[in-house]
Design a binder for this molecule. Structure first.
Ligand SMILES: *Cc1c(COP(=O)(O)O)cnc(C)c1O
Length: 410
């Protein structure tokens, strides 16, 4: 643990106050050049007695802009205080959670997992073009068909084909045979450069891809490849519930990772996290961003510094041990639910260490799904599966009445 330790409420509040004091103060200084200010004071409460005990709200009202990437080069000096806390947050995620060596990463707080995934694919597309002179039609995105739909957005925006590997029906796994077959047929169509997205917990099943299946098949086939991990769902879960180093930067084949703090961390929306090995983000530098100090290597442009502060606060409030315990409580509840379903003879999918339990649709009717807010795998057409996500608010006392009703119809 290099950065991450539990802080008291008072320590957190003081660190944020100190950070804000190192940002520009529009009341104290005449700032004439930037098209930004604190939130409109006629609309939003700037009363100090109200905000002093609410560091996140205070940051929102101060409204720092974290435009650009702050792990490298220069950044806008106006918001240096809170940008420093974003750097710390990225250090916790990259080094303490994802086992990257000290300082050997770049990253930023993105709008969400979608943006972070597109950012990664954008980097590798430019890398293959710049380093190998590759054409876009010689590249493809390779992922499983349980992958998030953001891969298709990325393919569409970045003009890349998406090759999807079917997963097995019951274990939701990619197989060596299938990966090899799809690489071969992509090669036959002229693909030489593979942008691979491996899942650390899929949205619908919580399944984790066996990354070695990808790397072994790709190495054997002799193609160029880079691997991005989509841990939008699993990034704050799986590293705490498994000892699987293969999906972290301990594995030399992992080049970048997406996490979402606005899922399991319960941060405000707008808190995707993108982390890549040092130097890779340079492939998407926009040199034309001349009005931004340090230019811009992110997809988004202007973004709220308050979002980064919220994630920093959550991680510092828990510290590594309390967060580990929280994930283990959720795992305990998930396992409890699985045992109940097993006893009832209800078919379901659960990946060890995940907090998602996905039930075969044949056991569920529309009324039950609606009453308990279960999410189907598809909204048009006949669903095959419904999922339960064990969040902090999903207690066994909430699962029990659901199970009673499930029993009654099975
Ligand atoms: C939620 C999710 C995303 C997309 O994240 P947004 O924050 O909604 O953009 C990407 N991948 C996976 C696996 C997800 O669960």
């Amino acid at each position: 643990m290099n950065y991450w330790r539990k802080l008291t409420r008072k320590e957190i509040s003081e660190r944020i106050k100190d950070a804000l004091s190192k940002n520009v103060d529009y009341y104290e200084r005449s700032i004439l050049g930037i098209p930004a200010s604190h939130l409109d004071e006629d609309v939003f409460n700037k009363d100090a007695t109200f905000l002093n005990n609410a560091p996140f709200l205070k940051t929102m009202v101060d409204n720092p802009n974290h435009i650009g990437c702050h792990t490298m080069g220069d950044s806008e000096p106006f918001f240096a205080g809170t940008q420093k806390l974003e750097q710390e947050l990225l250090g916790i995620v990259a080094e303490d959670i994802l086992k990257c060596s000290e300082g050997q990463y770049d990253g930023y707080v993105a709008s969400g997992g979608t943006e972070a995934n597109i950012q990664a694919i954008w980097i590798y597309r430019n890398l293959f073009k710049k380093e190998f002179g590759a054409n876009y039609n010689e590249m493809c995105i390779l992922c499983s068909n349980d992958s998030h739909y953001s891969m298709y957005k990325a393919g569409n925006i970045l003009n890349l084909d998406v090759v999807t590997i079917p997963v097995t029906e019951n274990s939701r796994a990619i197989t060596r045979e299938s990966v090899e077959k799809h690489i071969q047929s992509a090669k036959a169509e002229g693909k030489k450069y593979f942008i691979v997205v491996a899942n650390m917990m899929t949205t619908m099943f919580g399944s984790v891809d066996d990354i070695n299946v990808y790397t072994e098949a790709l190495i054997m086939s002799g193609v160029h490849f880079r691997i991005h991990i989509d841990a939008a769902f699993g990034g704050f879960v799986y590293p705490f519930s498994s000892n699987d180093g293969a999906m972290t930067f301990e594995n030399k084949h992992v080049s970048s990772v997406t996490l979402d703090a606005h899922k399991m961390l319960q941060a405000p929306f707008g808190t995707g996290i993108f982390i890549a090995r040092k130097g890779l983000i340079d492939y998407v530098f926009t040199n034309e961003a001349q009005y931004v100090s340090g230019l811009d290597a992110t997809l988004i442009g202007s973004r709220s510094g308050a979002n980064a502060i919220a994630v920093w606060m959550i991680l510092q409030t828990y510290g590594p041990h309390d967060w580990f315990e929280k994930i283990h409580v959720l795992n305990y509840r998930s396992n409890w639910l699985c045992n109940q379903l097993k006893e009832m003879g209800v078919d379901f999918y659960h990946y060890a260490g995940s907090n998602i339990v996905t039930i075969r649709a044949k056991h569920i009717n529309k009324e039950l799904a609606q009453k308990y807010g279960l999410v189907p795998d598809k909204h048009d057409g006949k669903p095959m599966w419904y999922k339960i996500v064990i969040m902090g608010h999903v207690h066994i006392d909430h699962l029990n009445p659901f199970l009673d009703e499930l029993k009654a119809i099975n």
